[in-house]
Design a protein around this ligand. Structure first.
Ligand code: PBG
Length: 326
């Protein structure tokens, strides 16, 4: 039956037409690969809950970054897994700490082809697994943690990081890090701030990847955001912008597309979104069971993150995307 009005299906009649009118496109250069480097190992170790992702040795890390660069990937973010942990996470700022050693090497070999980023936090390095210094009352003490973060920033920049990415959600962290970098001759080093980071159940596989468990069944609700709040993210993002963030991040990505979209409306800075370990693991697990199609769902999820307004996507799918869709 004929009817008056528009026919949106006209624009879906062929592959060529659909390509022509597509609003959102993914490109390999939108992606950043999170990579794990473990101290004291000589061959890469698989991570059971993150199929396809490994804990790298220094050698395998260098090969991986070189291969990613030749596939056209423009960014990697490093996470360290130290042999020894302590109360304050001193491996995070030790010049001989695993991430600093890795950065020194990578900056000499591939640093001009790919942006070297370092996650800036202490949770992988503390015996208690928290993202800061635990005070007398058992809470993470904001201001003494900032002193440690400043030292980490300088150590990472000295080792060759081009971007430092504070992920601990301490108040004032971006400003303190900016001042420390500037005072130590690193005014060109950028800050990608994990600005709106939620206390999420989706970080589980990551904690396997970095050998972290939070002491006494603890959690991060005292510093990461409550998932019932969206406006609060705009307060967090504005604070980071005021303190000098160059790139702001929303994390996790898929359960927070509303937050990405709201942040897009408030800033012209680049927005990064972290498609986190649990988001990746869910796709892998369901696909392995034959319940969903891996490639279709991976592309659908990554596209949704860009459609919501993210410029940069941190994802464990980076290599897969670059090899199959780039
Ligand atoms: C903190 C940090 C975490 C992740 C990135 N940086 C863990 C946490 O906050 O508990 C999680 C990333 C992921 O799940 O993929 N250093």
């Amino acid at each position: 039956m004929a009817f008056p009005g528009s026919r949106p299906r006209r624009l879906r009649t062929s592959l060529a037409m659909r390509e022509l009118v597509a609003e959102t496109r993914l490109h390999t250069s939108n992606f950043v690969a999170p990579l794990f480097v473990k101290e004291g190992i000589t061959s890469p170790q698989p991570i059971a809950s993150l199929p396809g992702v490994v804990q790298h040795s220094l050698d395998s890390l260098e090969r991986e970054v070189q291969e990613l660069a030749s596939l056209g990937v423009r960014g990697v973010i490093l996470f360290g897994v130290p042999e020894k942990k302590d109360e304050i996470g001193s491996g995070a700022f030790d010049p001989q700490g695993i991430v600093q050693v890795a950065l020194q090497r990578l900056s000499k070999t591939v640093g001009s082809e790919i942006v070297l980023m370092a996650d800036l936090c202490v949770d992988e390095y503390t015996s208690h697994g928290h993202c800061g210094i635990v005070g007398k009352n058992g809470d993470v003490d904001n201001d003494s943690t900032l002193d440690v973060y400043a030292k980490i920033a300088v150590a990472q920049a000295n080792a060759g990081a081009q971007v430092v990415a504070p992920s601990g959600m301490m108040d004032g962290q971006v400003g303190v890090i900016r001042s420390a970098l500037d005072a130590n001759g690193h005014s060109d080093v950028s800050i990608m701030a994990y600005s709106a980071k939620y206390a999420s159940g989706l970080y589980g596989p990551f904690r396997d990847a970095v050998d972290v468990s939070i002491a006494n069944g603890g959690n991060r609700k005292g510093y990461q955001q409550d998932f019932r709040n969206a406006r609060e993210s705009l307060v967090e993002v504005q604070a980071d912008i005021d303190q000098g963030a160059d790139i702001v991040m929303v994390k996790p990505a898929l359960s927070y597309l509303d937050v990405i979209s709201a942040v897009r409306a408030m800033t012209h800075l680049p927005i990064a979104a972290y498609h986190v370990s649990g988001e990746y693991a869910m796709v892998k697990a369901a696909a392995a069971n034959g319940w969903i199609d891996h490639d279709t769902v991976a592309l659908e999820q990554l596209t949704a993150i860009r459609r919501a307004g993210a410029d940069i996507i941190l994802t464990y799918f980076t290599r897969w995307f670059a090899e199959n869709n780039g």
